[in-house]
Write a protein that binds this ligand. Sequence first.
Ligand SMILES: [Zn+2]
Length: 368
Amino acid sequence: MSVRPGLTKSEPTNSAEALRQPIFGNPLITNQEGKPLGINGKSEGNAFANTGHTRVRDLWDLEEKEWKGLSALGVSFHPSNRKNRDLIIAIIPWDPTTFNDIPSTGEWIGKKETGQTGPPKWVYQVVEATQSTANVSEFRNISHTGRIQATSSHVITIPLEGYEPIRVLAQDSHRTTLKLAKDIPIPGKKPPLYWIFGSGFISDLNWDPGDWHWQQKHNMGDTPFFGYSSKRGYQNTRKPQPPPEIINFIQGLSLRNSTTAQVVARIWHNARPRKVGALIWLTLNKGLPVGTWLQTMGLQSTCKGCDQGLPESAQHCLFDCPPAQNAWNAFRSTWEVWEAPNRISITWPFILLGEAVLEEEDDPPDLQ
Ligand SMILES: [Zn+2]
């Protein structure tokens, strides 16, 4: 498994970011040959991946502040596992205890209450911080969607004990673009709308858009994930590789190991229009801007295609919604004319991956 240039991952800047790093397929965690660790077949991390140890924090004892031993990891004491544990820990490039965890200006923090699940009720944007306290703007979670609002324009001082970094998205009220919120609002200027990203705390995120950048051609520099548009996608000289989260998803489908690489290669195949690759990429990554995704941003959520008041999930709008069903029925009847084996049932993963699964690498599809 290797990650092509074109999509880059930024280095973690605090211990929370370091601990949520995926161990496998991560361009920041590489073996002696400079390659990310794979979880295929006999590769280094198979035993660890299979027992659910897929992130740096799964190997780290938060209380003792040290790497977990094999018994704490729950991995069997087969000699190769002992070796793998040592090997993985040796190449993780961060010691989580050495980060300077003083939040910088513009960063967002929240605190987990006992037994809390979901986003925090109160969050703060840091204006200035020291080792133990921070001057912050206070925001209150105003809806179950994670929308937050400033409680006042005053800056207050809080102790930093127990606070974790979180990601907050800002939506410019004049435009529809979303970006990670880092700027301190200018007094007198209309503030953007804010949402907590995902489950709130960086340590809880399965997919952190703040990690990833698209590398632009010429001297355009990196574009943050949320600054990416399809127009910019066309300017990409390199094909972006799906991040490890997608590779894990594909592998979760229990396809053959060799199939995974084929699927990944297929997504950005030259013969496939870039916008089609982007659609598959976003679908696999649950990143399609359909209703259920927008709902997490506090925006409209039911399907406009069928008026049945149903949540507009990717499954619904690409598969279950009546207009989509019509398209698939038409596809099915064409399929039957081709006399394709009818034992192949059309499932959602099959639709996403079928072409990649079925075709040979040197036989590109005719998609134009
Ligand atoms: Zn619908």
